[in-house]
Write a protein that binds this ligand. Structure first.
Ligand code: GLN
Length: 240
């Protein structure tokens, strides 16, 4: 089997090691004998709706978000929306997550339009949320990472968060939630990078991408996650 991953703006939206998520998906597929093509999607490149199984977008400073958001809207938005409506997997981190909502209003300048794939909006706050984060998903799975954002993200009532904050700030430091999951679209503030220390989440994304491409009968062979789980447990013990 083979998967194709589109990496949105790898040279603009890649802070705090976010490209490590792409490497993790690639390696965890390879360990199962699943090939993965990784295509960099730079400004000026369209996103054909049927080409990708997973899209990844990392985080970025306001200036980088301003640089990419017009291209994201005009050149890539239609293909991404069409593919997402069919079940393509998307993982968006921090600044990328913000641009999957309706808009992001930075401190300076105009509101940046998002793709509206997540019913949420973000406004820059006066405080920067920095530090280790741990959260608990609805199924009890824990997720760990690192956050650094001033954006305050507010989910619509019917949007499922990635999880409830155990320690750290999360979406806005008020409602106790972090991230968002809408079908196969995952948004989160967790840098780190996220997936190496959260193998269960990494495999959830891989399996959804395989089901999208090859149908629901595909299974993912388990891996020995001893090292990843040790790293996860260490990070879970971090104080914010
Ligand atoms: N510029 C956005 C903010 O400050 C996103 C930052 C990021 O991607 N780490 O909230």
């Amino acid at each position: 089997m083979k998967l194709t991953l589109g990496h949105l703006y790898p040279n603009h939206m890649n802070i705090y090691g976010d490209r490590g998520n792409v490497l993790t998906l690639y390696q965890r597929a390879l360990w199962r004998g699943i090939e993965m093509d990784i295509i960099s999607l730079e400004p000026g490149m369209p996103v054909p709706a049927d080409q990708f199984d997973i899209l990844f977008m990392g985080g970025g400073q306001d200036t980088q978000q301003i640089k990419v958001c017009h291209d994201l809207q005009t050149l890539k938005g239609e293909g991404i929306r069409e593919a997402a409506s069919q079940g393509m997997v998307i993982l968006a981190i921090c600044g990328g997550y913000q641009l999957m909502g309706h808009y992001y209003k930075p401190h300076d300048g105009d509101q940046l339009p998002g793709l509206g794939l997540i019913d949420a909006y973000t406004i820059a706050g006066s405080k920067r949320f920095i530090g280790n984060v741990s959260l608990k998903r609805p199924d009890g799975q824990t997720v760990v990472g690192f956050e650094n954002h001033s954006g305050l993200t507010y989910l619509a009532k019917d949007v499922t968060p990635l999880g409830s904050v155990i320690s750290g700030y999360g979406n806005n430091g008020e409602d106790g939630y972090e991230g968002a999951v809408v079908g196969n679209i995952y948004g989160t503030y967790l840098h780190g990078s996220l997936l190496p220390k959260n193998p269960q989440l990494a495999d959830e994304l891989l399996l959804k991408a395989l089901h999208y491409r090859y149908g629901p009968k595909v299974i993912l062979e388990p891996l020995n996650n001893t090292l990843e789980v040790q790293a996860h447990q260490k990070a879970l013990a971090f104080k914010p």
